[in-house]
Design a protein around this ligand. Sequence first.
Ligand code: TRP
Length: 366
Amino acid sequence: MNVEESLEQSTSDASLAHALEVSRKIEEKIAVDPSEFRVLTGDRPTGNLHLGHYFGSLKNRVDLQKKGVETWLVIADFQVIADRDGTGPVRERVRSLATDYLAVGLDPEESVIFPHSAITGLNELMLPFLSLVTDSELRRNPTVKAEHEATEGRPLSGLLLTYPVHQAADILFCKANLVPVGKDQLPHLEQARVIADRFDKRYGRPEGHKTPVFPRPQALLSEAVSILGLDGAKMSKSRGNTIDIGMSADETAKRVKKAVTDSERFITYDPENRPEVSNLVLLAALAQERDPRAVAEEIGNGGSGTLKKMVTESINEMFAPIREKRAELVQDMGYIDGIIRNGIERANERADQTLREVLEAMNMVY
Ligand code: TRP
């Protein structure tokens, strides 16, 4: 089974419909009382954030924060070494990721931004959590399988096999009950819920506690906008088919100029039959917050030249304030480092508290 197939298998069934239904109900609850929720989400610091991240998750996170939901952002630096040798320029990438978060509008006062390697109590949760999962369960995890297959023949590392457990620690250390994710991450959320339940069943609760130590975290699936890279393939840094948040307007224009189109002059929005052209139409539409059909209609006979011009202009316009803010932020790395240090401090406080409860429940306080 290849990567796409195994992802599809995990997500095409009833569980996806169910997850979407749950997400809709949660959206309604957020509108009524955002204080019921604590969000944890995050990214691996493996490269620059691009349009796919922006429309797929970042925008959504900013919206949640604006609605008043408490937000924790994990920079998953340990996950970087799950499927590659060495850490690379990880420190710079952690800073760059934090800079992107702030540039898109995540508020450092309202959210806690931290690399999980620095959160001792979080990482210590890994041991009791590992006792609650079986190796066959982990081997069956479709996301682990897909990510392993994507490494093309690399032996499966113990860290890649167990990273859903580490991700459960990311979520549960701060007792987050809501995780905005793409559908590829649904199996991890299921794993985190299983761990939360089993912890309660097997180890119980600290004395006097009426509720389980861990909540059952739910996925918040955003309405699936699935955008492709500029060559029509999956958007990925290594293919050079992305537009990064941190790129200049000129670099953006150059990338879009090279985008793949087709030989038909008249522009339509027809993702099935014209994936590359439709993807460009969709990018312009998303950037302008318009309907892709209306955008295609407007361009019509203008052909791919007009389409590309519009894509470039609308993305540059949308990103202009974000890029301006980013340029300001990179002038003062001391500020970014301060935000990260502050995030680490707050996350450690919370992790120590949770670990204490865990050890009490396990009768391991000496
Ligand atoms: N695995 C996620 C990714 O590859 C990143 C991540 C790490 C994450 N820990 C998390 C996402 C906890 C949500 C919750 O993008």
